[in-house]
Design a protein around this ligand. Structure first.
Ligand code: HEM
Ligand SMILES: [Cu+2]
Length: 656
């Protein structure tokens, strides 16, 4: 009996690695500490009522952002562990199996659990405020999306201490990810973690498309929408077409693993290349899903801090929509070496190169917006200025990779690693940082310390180039991706050590950001701001920071683009200060999204271990949650007009 338990425990928990043991202990201690603090300060009720059950888009946005910062930390630690391993030839700092796990979890976490939620956080916080709405179209679904993401991410992350992490790369190509090659539970954690959070992403895509189409304030027609909202719209169009492909592909992989189907196995008539085609039909659009909103942020920031209208609004919109469309026709550039022949490769090479055209249009638009502007070098603007050259170089190396014959040489080398980090860090991460700094005052009512922010900015930038520029040369010298180690005679040592130093500079930069946030919270009174700290242009800057629960007491009129700016310039009439208010219709909080997603977590956990005794009751729990929601009619309430008036008067400083 005792031996049986011991056997089970040694399969169930990840053992043997002192680093993981340390992590297990610290995770355990952190959990105990959290429970203790919440109990000691009697905060459980507050946490549940104000946050876990909240359907307010602003709160959901903040929760997304907190999670993504934690995930940036985890993904970053993974990155630094890999960089330490690669710093010197013949290194045995990590074991080879562990290295494989780390590059897999790093990739998955950075893209799906860091970039995506940071993006959704900004969607949530900004879009309703920019279009003059009181919430998203489906607030309940919005909360469900968040919790599906959260529990999916948790399921993926527990594999680190329970069962073992996946190790077949961030896209889990078969046959490596099949039962034959990965008999452990890691790949199942991968499948279910991503499936569950993926459903949440799809729902968010639908939610924001409907919100943008149906909830705009009177007068704001599509061509008067702020550019960030347009970028969210383009990104969500890609989401609703791309995420179903991911769901189906992972479902088929699961059937292969769970029931012995042969969709992607070499024997039994399956075909691994089929998986690789399918996953990239999602995967390539996915990179545009995350980068388009960053383009939207840059557009807002550039116009605000150059104090000029965005140059070429229509061409910007057109460029984004074209990118959304084209993103679906380039997937095969990830495997020119598959052997599809010259015609197919030529098609995908040209379609890839074509994307450079709308992207180039956007770059020129940003530059022309800055041209002769009175530029203010605030932190959001610095990130934007740094992004432009970084993204141009990253984009150009992408065009090099898209030259099919040349890619036979570059494919899966460190040249590729350098390229995609340049667009993902220089484009996506810099973009979201700009957005976070820009809208932080709107979220919390105080600004982030600019001085520490500038330190973080410079360290990130210097670190980035020091880390990734050497990798282009390493790639050309033949160092391949996912290499665990290399011998002295390859001559890759010096450039690798430089690269690792750069990685640590970025790690330091992240610490500066954490310090910046902590410092700004501590001294928030000195950093307090009013409704419009940046002299902004769009509707979110016309209401208090942080916005009241209902956002707009009276729906604003938006007959021109950049309406707040135009009002300040006197080109359009100021909106009258309302004297009477009406009761405001609001959605009620609900615990169902949290509980239902937690049920999905347990169902997924059961699938991972083949424990149907857990999966079946959990799925029944999901069904009960759905029924409970269908039959609950008490889902909304009204904020009385007097309460609205009191809040508004207090903000405007009216004496009563
Ligand atoms: C913060 C600095 C970062 C460093 C130092 C870093 C470092 C690395 C390293 C060393 C690898 C492994 C390459 C290999 O095994 O050949 C890697 C892979 C990867 N990274 Fe990063 N990374 C960083 C940030 C990011 C970000 C922000 C993203 C995405 C938003 C990202 C996405 C990926 C992906 C998708 C892979 C491929 C994983 C795979 O091969 O399956 N990384 N990174
Ligand atoms: Cu691609």
């Amino acid at each position: 009996m005792f031996d049986k338990i011991k056997d089970f425990a040694s399969d169930f928990f990840v053992t043997g690695d002192p680093m993981i043991l340390g992590a297990q202990v610290s995770i355990g201690l952190t959990l105990v500490a959290i429970v203790f603090v919440l109990t000691f300060f009697k905060k459980w009720g507050w946490l549940w009522r104000e946050w876990l059950t909240s359907v307010d888009h602003k709160r959901i946005g903040i929760m997304y952002i907190i999670c993504s910062i934690l995930m940036l930390f985890r993904g970053g630690v993974d990155a630094l562990l890999m960089r330490v391993q690669l710093a010197m030839p013949n290194s045995e700092f990590l074991q080879p199996e562990h290295y494989n796990q780390i590059f897999t979890t790093h990739g998955v976490i950075m893209i799906l659990f860091m970039a995506m939620p940071l993006m959704f956080g900004l969607f949530n916080i900004v879009v309703p405020l920019q279009i003059g709405a009181r919430d998203v179209a489906y607030p309940f679904l919005n909360s469900l999306s968040f919790w599906m993401f959260f529990w999916g991410a948790m399921l993926f992350n527990v594999s680190f201490i329970i069962g073992g992490s996946p190790d077949a790369g961030w896209l889990s190509y078969p046959p490596l990810s099949e039962m034959s090659h990965s008999p452990g539970v890691g790949e199942d954690f991968y499948i279910w973690g991503i499936q569950i959070s993926g459903i949440g992403s799809l729902a968010t895509g639908i939610n924001f498309i409907v919100t943008i189409l149906k909830m705009r304030t009177p007068g704001m027609n599509l061509m008067k929408m702020p550019m960030f909202t347009w970028s969210v719209f383009s990104s969500c169009i890609i989401i609703i077409f791309a995420f179903p492909i991911l769901t189906v592909t992972l479902a088929l992989l699961f059937l292969d693993r769970f029931l012995g189907a042969h969709f992607f196995t070499l024997d039994g008539g399956g075909n691994p290349m089929m998986y690789i085609n399918l996953i990239w039909m999602w995967g390539h659009p996915e990179v545009y899903i995350v980068v388009l909103p960053a383009f939207g942020i840059f557009s807002e920031v550039v116009a605000t801090f150059a104090k000029k209208r965005l140059f070429g609004y229509k061409s910007m919109v057109f460029a984004m929509l074209i990118i959304s469309l084209f993103s679906f026709f380039t997937w095969a550039h990830h495997f020119f070496t598959m052997g599809s022949g010259a015609d197919v490769n030529a098609f995908f090479a040209i379609s890839t190169m074509l994307i450079a055209i709308p992207t180039g249009v956007k770059v020129f638009n940003w530059l022309f917006t800055m041209f002769r502007g009175k530029i203010q070098f605030t932190t959001p603007m610095l990130w934007t200025i740094a992004f432009i050259p970084c993204f141009i170089v990253g984009g150009m190396t992408g065009v090099l990779l898209s030259v099919a014959p040349a890619d036979f040489q570059f494919h899966n080398s460190y040249f590729l690693i350098a390229h995609f980090h340049q667009v993902l860090i220089g484009g996506v991460a810099f973009g979201y940082f700009a957005g976070l700094y820009y809208w932080w005052p709107k979220m919390f009512g105080f600004r982030l310390n600019e001085h520490l922010g500038k330190w973080a900015f410079w360290l990130w930038n210097i670190g980035f180039y020091v880390c990734f520029m050497p990798q282009y040369f390493l790639g050309l010298d033949g160092m391949t991706r996912r290499t665990y180690t290399y011998s002295w005679d390859m001559g890759w040592g010096p450039l690798n050590i430089v690269s690792t130093v750069g990685g640590f500079l970025m790690g330091l930069a992240f610490l500066f950001q954490v310090w910046q946030i902590a410092h700004s919270i501590k001294f928030f009174k000195e950093h307090k701001v009013g409704s419009d700290p940046w002299d902004g242009r769009t509707l979110e800057w016309s209401i208090p920071s942080p916005a009241p629960i209902y956002n707009f007491a009276v729906l604003p009129k938006a007959e021109v683009a950049d309406v707040v700016w135009e009002e300040k310039q006197g080109t359009v009439k100021k909106q009258p200060v309302p004297t009477t208010y009406e009761p405001i219709h609001m959605p009620k909080n609900s615990g169902i999204p949290f509980i239902m997603s937690a049920m999905w977590f347990f169902a997924g956990f059961g699938f991972v271990w083949g424990w149907m005794w857990l999966t079946i009751p959990a799925l029944i729990g999901v069904a009960i949650c759905m029924l409970a929601r269908s039959f609950s009619y008490d889902t909304d309430y009204y904020i009385p007009a007097e309460e609205v008036k009191a809040t508004e008067d207090a903000w405007r400083g009216v004496k009563v």
